[in-house]
Design a protein around this ligand. Structure first.
Ligand SMILES: [Zn+2]
Length: 293
């Protein structure tokens, strides 16, 4: 049986086909289009591309899963709100149902990603923290931790510093305003800094930005480590992928902090922090896995 997984991101729609051994047998990505009709078309187009690669039709997939950022009503297969795609409510499953034979699962993209992380790391105790345009976490603890309204792990708008920068949510100093891509990228531009090489900065502005970022990401790791106590803490998303210095810097920050306090057990938490080798594939792989359930 072939399983189709599609991740619809703010920039790209990425599809994979998994065989029964969870190997990726086809993959493709195209640029996202916004709005209801745009998302429907892009989903079908990228699905058709991978179907062609494995020589089947859309109706031949045994399972279909779609991951999308935002609040998803999994039971109805509806997107309640996806700000980056300019969607308020979209009955995605209903709009696509006539194209596929298999039932379609629609889920939040970070929830899908942690399912893939669990498979790839061979662990059932994993938290995946996505540092993309926004910030969100999802946890696998034997089973996926969904919480009320499928909203467990939506940590991006927890306030880190009440005197910090204003956030589009109306508060100040949310985690996203410090290390979410939507705020980080323009701030780096404004300060004339290069996020990808911030560890090599040689100005006080650069040192301060480096310090702030490492501190914030470490704090986020600490929050999820204490809240969920997972065996593995996976950091991923574009903000992490673009900057190879982040993981070692965060680990060393946590280890240093571990010398000062006994709880939280920061040094031991540092050992649990990791990344995925194929982080960019993981959301689509996870969507395919969720489609089988
Ligand atoms: Zn906010």
């Amino acid at each position: 049986m072939l399983s189709l997984g599609i991740d619809i991101g703010g920039t790209k729609a990425h599809a994979v086909v998994l065989d029964d051994d969870n190997a990726v047998v086809a993959e493709d990505a195209i640029f996202t289009r916004r709005g209801l009709e745009g998302v429907r078309q892009v989903t079908l187009e990228v699905a058709q591309r991978v179907a062609d690669k494995v020589g089947v039709g859309l109706r031949d997939f045994g399972a279909v899963g779609i991951g999308i950022p935002g609040v998803v009503d999994r039971d109805k297969g509806e997107i309640a709100s996806a700000v980056n795609l300019r969607i308020e409510r979209m009955p995605l499953r209903e709009l696509l149902a006539d194209q596929f034979s298999a039932p379609i699962s629609v889920d939040n993209d970070v929830k899908a990603t942690v399912v893939a992380a669990g498979m790839l790391l061979d662990s059932t105790s994993v938290t995946y923290i996505n540092f993309g345009t926004g910030i969100a976490a999802a946890t696998l603890d034997g089973t996926l931790v969904r919480g009320k309204d499928n909203a467990a792990g939506e940590i991006g708008h927890l306030v880190l510093n009440p005197n910090g920068d204003p956030c589009r949510c109306g508060q100040r100093g949310c985690l996203e305003t410090v290390v979410g891509g939507a705020y980080l990228a323009p701030r780096m531009d404004m300060l004339g800094l290069d996020w990808t090489k911030l560890d090599a900065a040689d100005t006080p502005t650069g040192w301060a930005a480096y310090d702030q970022a490492v501190r914030c990401i470490s704090q986020i790791v600490g929050i999820v480590a204490v809240a969920y106590a997972p065996e593995r803490i996976v950091l991923g998303g574009g903000v992490i992928g673009a900057a190879p210095w982040v993981i070692p810097a965060v680990k060393s920050f946590l280890i240093d902090r571990g010398h000062m306090v006994t709880f939280p057990p920061y040094a031991e938490i540092a050992e649990r922090v990791t990344t995925l080798d194929h982080d960019n594939q993981a959301p689509a792989i996870g969507a395919a896995l969720i489609g089988r359930v």
